[in-house]
Design a protein around this ligand. Structure first.
Ligand code: G4P
Length: 190
């Protein structure tokens, strides 16, 4: 998405450790009009696909997912992150390793909110190693539902998580894919 690439170039900052800071519109302050434009782009990408639900993960995924959902008129379910894995049987759960934070956490979704009839679009803000998306896919599979596709606003292509999912057969359509980045320069995949 050309407008997103331009916004990353004009407002993004590359931090040490391969982190892109986009707090001015995506991760801290939310540029709602722009988020809605991203939602419209996601709707265009999945035109013709039947989608019944949007699934994301707290916290930053929620804003993007709500923007997509408001354009597609579907409900959003968000997975919660729990520190403990001591869970009741009323929840789907999956373990996720955070590469950025070096910790493991468990993501949970109440069984009431996903069923085998659902066709799910997974949305998140960032796709790096793909661990969060893999956890969400695991939860959709536990529900017996279908993953229609996975879309993140920003994919850090150089971390390989998106390509692994594509190889595994999932439709992964990120709105901007960064191939290379440094403090001086950000290059997008063409
Ligand atoms: P992965 O899921 O793709 O494997 O990524 P990873 O574990 O490394 O990501 C952990 C967290 O860091 C996620 O949010 C993810 O969205 C975020 N993240 C990863 N790379 C970047 C980046 O370059 N820039 C920014 N701004 N965020 C990045 P989280 O810690 O779970 O936080 P939140 O969603 O609660 O805000």
């Amino acid at each position: 998405m050309e407008a997103l690439e331009q916004k990353i170039l004009s407002e993004g900052t590359v931090l040490d450790g391969g982190i892109l800071k986009v707090g001015s519109f995506l991760n801290q302050q939310l540029d709602v009009d722009f988020l809605i434009k991203m939602g419209e782009e996601v709707k265009r990408i999945y035109e013709g696909e039947r989608i019944t639900k949007i699934l994301t993960i707290e916290a930053s995924g929620i804003a993007v997912a709500v923007a997509v959902a408001s354009v597609m008129h579907k409900n959003v379910v968000f997975a919660k992150k729990n520190k403990t894995s001591n869970l009741s049987g009323e929840l789907f759960s999956a373990k996720v390793h955070s590469f950025t934070h070096g910790t493991d956490y468990t993501v949970t979704v109440p069984k009431d909110y996903l069923s085998k009839d659902d066709r799910v679009l997974i949305i998140d803000d960032f796709l790096a190693n793909g661990n969060a998306l893999n956890g969400l896919i695991d939860i959709v599979n536990q529900a017996g539902a279908k993953v229609v596709g996975c879309t993140c606003a920003v994919e850090k292509g150089f971390q390989g998580g998106g390509d692994e999912l594509r190889k595994a057969g999932y439709r992964v359509e990120s709105l901007a894919v960064i191939e290379k980045m440094s403090a001086e320069c950000i290059e997008f995949r063409r």
